[in-house]
Design a protein around this ligand. Structure first.
Ligand SMILES: [Zn+2]
Length: 276
């Protein structure tokens, strides 16, 4: 599933060009074709097509794992979920089997939302906060200080791993980057957030930022979906390395299931915190 670095990589390619084609900023949406009705969460298909036609793409943003196409008057939010991808293609290219939503653009281009598993969603809204209001802070935003992060952790008697995956606590992390960040911080995934001291909280935030920045620098991980080019999967320390030697200490990486998610950690570098 794409996480913050993968979504950020796609955002930059769409905004600046790269990946498949030229930059999208400044292009006009000529028409929209909804090929799988449930991909569009709002508005209704009959309202959507005339409303989006004629709008210009002003910028491509991101919030957590959401992509935001900022248009003349509306914002098109896209969440790729399990298997979504966005492709820039010539309008004359044949429509691939898993295209769910296609926007025809000027310059004979189209932007196609391809999504084999159909969990991805798009929302066309005037105010993105209608959809994004419940998201926690952006982990790379400077406004999130170590002191804020410590206070937020302290409100939760929850285990670290599921808390880091909770998008209302922090926006953008998924299973890969949560496991890698906890390993880098030397924290046991089942420790309670409220048990961390200020130094541990600061180390966790710094570790989250480092793994996200490493992931972005390597254009994300290409692992169980089709994203091209990213190679962060070659630099994992724990994720999907069960039984292999920890790069720090040589101990075998263990896998446990926490909140129904596979969780990978080094039992020596990430020892359980004693419960007071
Ligand atoms: Zn280790």
């Amino acid at each position: 599933m794409p996480e913050l670095p993968e979504v950020e990589t796609i955002r930059r390619a769409l905004r600046d060009g790269g990946r498949d084609g030229p930059p999208l900023v400044g292009r006009t949406i000529q028409a929209a074709h909804l090929l799988w009705a449930r991909t569009l969460a709002t508005p209704s298909p009959t309202e959507f097509q005339p409303r989006i036609a004629g709008q210009i793409i002003r910028d491509v943003g991101r919030r957590g794992k959401f992509l935001l196409l900022e248009l003349s008057t509306d914002v098109l939010l896209i969440h790729l979920r399990m298997s979504g991808d966005l492709l820039v293609e010539p309008q004359a290219a044949p429509l691939a089997a898993h295209h769910r939503l296609v926007l025809d653009l000027d310059g004979d281009l189209r932007l196609a939302f391809n999504d084999p598993r159909k969990f991805g969603r798009a929302w066309l809204v005037g105010d993105p906060d209608e959809i994004l209001a419940g998201l926690g802070p952006e982990p790379l935003a400077e406004g999130l200080t170590p002191e804020d992060f410590y206070r937020r952790l302290h409100h939760h008697r929850r285990q670290l791993k599921p808390l880091l995956l909770d998008q209302a606590f922090l926006a953008g992390l998924g299973n890969i980057y949560a496991d890698e960040a906890l390993h880098l911080a030397g924290l046991y995934p089942l420790s309670l957030a409220s048990q961390l001291d200020e130094a541990q909280a600061a180390r966790l935030l710094a570790s989250i930022r480092q793994v996200l920045e490493d992931g972005i620098r390597r254009q994300g991980a290409s692992i169980d979906w089709v994203y091209r080019g990213g190679d962060f999967q070659n630099y994992f320390h724990v994720y999907q390395r069960t039984g292999e030697a920890c790069n720090n200490c040589g101990t075998a990486i263990q896998r446990i299931v926490v909140g129904q998610r596979g969780t990978h950690f080094c039992p020596a570098c990430q020892p359980p915190t004693p419960v007071p």
